[in-house]
Design a protein. Structure first.
Length: 152
């Protein structure tokens, strides 16, 4: 899975499947991965927490506080490491067409920009499967090469 917080979309790649995830989902997943979903611990995180709260409140206002999309975000907040819950958020945001609402997009973009200001705010997470994989990430020139296993 590749997560780029410096773009307006989240790009997810799994095996041969590739899909673009909308800005609203990207902002929700970025906030969850930044760890600011339950409250701010530092001064800089307060603005991020406030933006995330505002995004969730607007989702509730637009779709109802008991809607599937709001419930999916609440469930993800309760278990932020769950890949299944992340997938459900993506599915419900798409089903609700939340990614087409200008107000939600504005708040989501603002949230993403604020997350980028955190140390490590731009993250790339990659999973490589197979032999002879090469991964290059970030400005630090880190290169990971996976050599094939020798056949005996």
């Amino acid at each position: 899975m590749v997560i780029k917080l410096d773009d307006s979309t989240l790009q997810m790649k799994e095996s041969s499947k590739e899909e673009n995830v909308d800005t609203v989902t990207t902002a929700i997943l970025a906030a969850v991965s930044a760890g600011v979903t339950t409250g701010a611990t530092k001064v800089g995180e307060q603005a991020i927490f406030d933006s995330y709260t505002k995004l969730k409140e607007l989702l509730g206002k637009k779709f109802g506080t008991k809607s599937k999309v709001v419930n999916a975000v609440k469930e993800l907040d309760a278990n932020p490491k769950s890949e299944a819950r992340k997938a459900v958020v993506k599915e419900e945001v798409s089903a609700a067409k939340a990614n087409r609402n200008r107000e939600l997009l504005k708040i989501a973009n603002s949230l993403l920009k604020r997350i980028e200001t955190l140390p490590g705010g731009t993250q790339i997470i990659q999973t490589a499967i197979g032999d002879q994989n090469v991964q290059i990430a970030g400005n630090s020139n880190v290169i990971n090469v996976s050599a094939p296993k020798s056949k005996r």
